[in-house]
Design a protein around this ligand. Structure first.
Ligand code: PLP
Length: 716
């Protein structure tokens, strides 16, 4: 069973709302503007729901418009207010809370530009607790034409001090909009008592379907229709009414009125506290990003040091717990949360935040299961990553592990037999997870190496040193790259690491080549040498003019060795000199590499990398039929693999776990096999990581690799 804890993004539709929508489609399908009986029936339904909404919101006289959702409600409110400002010269600015949903500032900018008002659009700062700076607001309010402040924040759940805002606005000419999307069913809004001019609501945030919302407009507040047409909604919102959506919303409002479906505030608080306790037990270092006492009882927002939001999302999702990393609209964009940034939280907390939100229809049993699953997530993580002395854990680090943060890569090279390792190009954000693993598995750090003159790497190297107990720290004195003095090569169990100086001994750059007698291809950690604009930095004084360091590298490294970069924004994972001789023909003129695998064509990989590599539906059935020996490669991390099984594709397939962070270890075997070798079908949670793996593999020349479209999310 899914534990859906992302109610602030959207909610499932209540059974009675579903039934009401279906009933409306069957029985009240008429056009409410028609004057015959079928139309009158639909009109009666619309009027009844509007009357119920007025009653529930305590605004018998107000205008309540049915709209498609809150974004439309916000547009209508902003357009209405800003249109009226054309007749009120002398106002200087439009104000919105710095933590508003982006629909609000976007609408203000859009209509301000379109109407040619030229007003300043200013964000009202918020404090560390997420609440508006009322002194700032009081100072700017006399010159403001419109003020927009949400009732409760969608990411943190922070409840605005609406009375304080009303007080700061007293005497201000501004029209006031309160985005009430997250408040309905969770907070009393007192629309009648407060001088709120506009309040948009959205059905799908409270168990109605998507596509229906409400806009409350105070009596006397200006309204300019966003849509002109057939004159519906008193000519304020044209377009035939969404009768089935309105019916469903009506059923939700009825449930709110009768008090039997939704939990009261006290029970919701108990639920939230239980979830918070389970989270703290699971992740003891966790920090909540907003003070719970000031928040909706249905929202928790937290960050865990050393665990980024991508990892936590994958972990929870593998346990069938759906949470989000901030607002659903920006979740796909991988940006730090603007809400947490506005609250002044440190960068690591705003870029690693997780939001957990449930709706007021949650039950005790649901919360019990959610708490159990949260505990299971932490157990999986401990077993597969953090547990002390766990043998699988020790073995799972053997080889190369890549950590990536904001395009920058750090590598851990480990030998499980000797429990020794080397870290290359650490980053401050990655120190905690790397140190945690080394401490838990008891790996001794032989060296922390830098491929270039990067201050953040130097800082991270010091932090890593300090984070380890003395027994695990490097013992030997090292040069500026971290390389142990008087050493030509660094043995790591059966492996050997050799230092190369392709930019010359006077440069502050180095590359490191890893030889492994079991692997067919060496790996070379090349730093930023492959960047087309790479310019070596001298250690002191001026650089002696010399050839391109990439040419020098080509003299020291086999053409098909796997080159692993310090920055990999395009997620190529690895490349080779042979491929670079095609991609960077000018820098590597003269190289004429043959393909690596027997029967392969060097350019075929480059061509295939752009081809159709995602399969689902008929293409998948075809693939399964054509390749009986297909191997299913699970690129999820071990803690995710622990929590959920591979997809059932209708027939038994050999499955191979190769987490994306450790894909490079599997590349030599796959790439040196003949072109007719085992076909591979990669999968992960969403299809994103498997697509990365397939693109990388195809570019490197293994054309028989595919990604399961949509990932486990579509195949469970
Ligand atoms: N305002 C807030 C606070 C929200 O959380 C959302 C949705 O996430 C919106 C506005 C936009 O709502 P809708 O999806 O109905 O357009």
């Amino acid at each position: 069973m899914d534990i859906y804890l992302d109610a602030n993004a959207t909610t499932p539709v209540l059974p009675q709302a579903r039934a009401a929508a279906l009933d409306a489609m069957a029985e009240s399908f008429g056009n409410p503007s028609s004057t015959h009986s079928t139309g009158l029936k639909a009109r009666a339904l619309v009027d009844e729901v509007r009357a119920r909404a007025r009653r529930l919101l305590g605004v018998p006289q107000a205008r309540l418009l049915f709209v498609s959702g809150a974004t439309e409600g916000i547009q209508t409110a902003v357009l209405s207010a800003l249109s009226s400002l054309r007749r009120r010269p002398g106002l200087a600015c439009l104000l919105y809370g710095a933590t508003e949903h982006k629909a609000v500032p976007e609408a203000l900018h859009h209509w301000n530009d379109l109407l040619g008002l030229g007003l300043q659009v200013l964000a009202i700062p918020v404090g560390r607790d997420g609440r508006h700076d009322l002194d700032w607001l009081r100072e700017h309010a006399p010159r403001a034409g419109m003020v927009c402040t949400m009732a409760a924040n969608n990411e943190t759940g922070v409840i605005s001090d609406l009375d304080g805002i009303a007080d700061a606005l007293s005497g201000s000419p501004a029209l006031w909009m309160v985005d009430s999307v997250q408040a309905l069913g969770k907070l009393p809004l007192d629309l009648a008592r407060r001088p709120i001019d506009y309040a948009p609501f959205s059905g799908h945030k409270l168990y109605a379907p998507k596509g229906i919302g409400l806009l409350h407009v105070r009596e006397g507040a200006p309204v300019t229709p966003l849509m002109a047409g057939g004159g519906q909604e008193g000519a304020l919102r044209s377009g035939t009414e969404n009768v089935s959506g309105i019916a469903a919303l009506g059923a939700v409002l009825e449930a709110l009125e009768d008090g039997r479906t939704f939990q009261d505030a006290a029970t919701l608080k108990v639920f939230r506290n239980r979830l918070a306790a389970a989270l703290v037990e699971a992740f003891p270092a966790l920090q909540f990003n907003a003070p719970p006492d000031l928040c909706l009882p249905t929202t928790l927002n937290f960050s865990v040091p050393g665990l980024n939001s991508r990892l936590l999302l994958d972990l929870f999702d593998a346990a069938d717990v759906r949470v989000s990393s901030g607002s659903a609209c920006s979740a796909g964009q991988g940006r730090p949360s603007h809400v947490l940034q506005a609250m002044g939280l440190p960068e690591w907390r705003s870029s690693s935040a997780i939001r957990l939100s449930f709706g007021p229809a949650a039950s005790h049993a649901f919360i019990d299961t959610a708490c159990e699953r949260i505990r299971a997530c932490s157990a999986a993580l401990r077993t597969h990553q953090l547990s002390t002395g766990w043998r699988e854990s020790v073995a799972s680090l053997d080889g190369v592990t890549r950590f990536k943060e904001a395009g920058a890569c750090c590598y851990l090279l480990a030998d499980a037999d000797r429990q020794e390792c080397v870290v290359i190009d650490p980053k401050p954000e990655l120190v905690a997870p790397v140190a945690q693993r080394l401490v838990c598995c008891g790996y001794r750090l032989r060296a922390v190496l830098a491929t270039g003159p990067d201050d953040t790497v130097a800082t991270a190297a010091r932090q890593l040193h300090d984070a380890l107990p003395a027994s695990l720290r490097p013992q030997s004195a090292a040069d500026r790259t971290g390389w142990p003095l008087q050493t030509h090569e660094l043995p790591l169990g059966r492996r050997r690491l050799v230092r190369l100086d392709p930019a010359g001994p006077a440069a502050v750059h180095a590359a490191f080549m890893l030889h492994d007698p079991v692997q067919g291809l060496p790996m070379v950690f090349v730093g930023d040498l492959l960047a087309p604009d790479f310019a070596p930095q001298p250690e002191t004084g001026a650089m002696q003019p010399g050839g391109d360091p990439l040419q020098a590298l080509a003299r020291q490294v086999p053409l098909h060795a796997l080159l692993l970069p310090a920055h990999d924004p395009g997620d190529r994972i690895a490349t080779t000199l042979a491929l670079e001789s095609v991609d960077q023909a000018l820098r590597l003129a003269g190289l004429q590499p043959a393909p690596l695998a027997e029967g392969a064509d060097l350019l075929e990989g480059l061509r295939a990398a752009g081809g159709a590599d995602e399969v689902g539906g008929a293409a998948l059935r075809q693939l399964l039929a054509n390749h009986p020996g297909l191997v299913l490669v699970d690129v999820r991390e071990p803690y995710e693999q622990h929590l959920s099984a591979p997809p059932d594709l209708g027939r038994p397939l050999r499955s191979q776990p190769v987490p994306l962070s450790r894909l490079v270890n599997a590349l030599p075997a796959w790439l040196t096999a003949p072109a007719s070798a085992v076909p591979l079908l990669f999968f992960c949670r969403s299809g994103y990581r498997s697509a990365v793996a397939v693109r990388a593999l195809r570019r490197l020349g293994h054309a028989r690799a595919w990604s399961l479209a949509g990932g486990l999310a579509l195949w469970q």
